[in-house]
Design a protein around this ligand. Sequence first.
Ligand code: RIB
Length: 319
Amino acid sequence: MSIQFLVTGSINMDLVVATDHLPKTGETTTALQFSTLFGGKGANQAVALGRLRGENGPSIYMAGKIGPDDWGIQCKKNLIEQGIDCSYVGISQASTGIALIEVDSTGNNRIIVVPGANQTMDTTWTKPCLDTLLTEQPMIALFQFEVPRETVAYCAQRIHKAGGIVIVDPAPPDTIGDQWATSIDYLTPNQRETEALTGHYPDSPEAVDRAARVLLSKGIKNVIIKAGASGAWLITHDYTLYCPAFPVSVVDTTAAGDSFNAGFAWALGEHKSLPEALRYACAVGSLSTTSMGAQKAMPDANSVEALLQAWPKIASRQL
Ligand code: RIB
């Protein structure tokens, strides 16, 4: 039976300023460029899955909320154009979510999110979606923390009970309650999120292990720590895998984590092994940094294959 993907999360309009350096407190600097781009961690993950799938393949559903405004209409239209099923994207009274993003000349960024409609996505909105979809095909579900935590917890528990795979990106970081931690198959923090959740900054294999054990001890099944240019670790209860990042020219790291998560989910859907899925995710994440913007930069399956073939020696290895 073919798989279906459900992304439950934020839909934002990104207001992006490119600058040669990020201003210090009290400093004024002049932008090199300003763009209004489609974003939101949830929508980014859905679009990244859509790029990897191409024209045909499994259904990709987005569950989220937009505002009753022009940006909301544009965001939903864009998702539909990318082949995402938006039957569960609703309109709330609050305005569409916004992200203020600054990107410097090295591709590093800073983001402030105004959640707006995303914060109105309560469980009454997601219940009918799950009631329908969980009776259909097996599901791989992706979450992030830009919608209310209770909604993520409720959906994750239901999907886990129904036998689906639950992937949670704890961004921005927040406490993960014990009552639903056991529903998480893969928790995928970046380094700062790992530090916020565990008190350990994972910049060495030892620190990665210490941090991951804190999360695994909550009942989370697997932890993936995304370390940007330093690659990614996948830590299970029994072993640890490490995969380096692929060497690419970085323009903008916005949504690299979202692309990584979509790549990992896609690879699981294709029944790749965990080492292969980790490598695939690293390739997708790396490629997404090579141009400006979140969704604009998501790679298709051909570009990912080309990168994987160009770098056969970059692979996951067990530590
Ligand atoms: O992960 C990148 C995303 O974070 C941006 O697109 C922005 O909307 C924020 O949600």
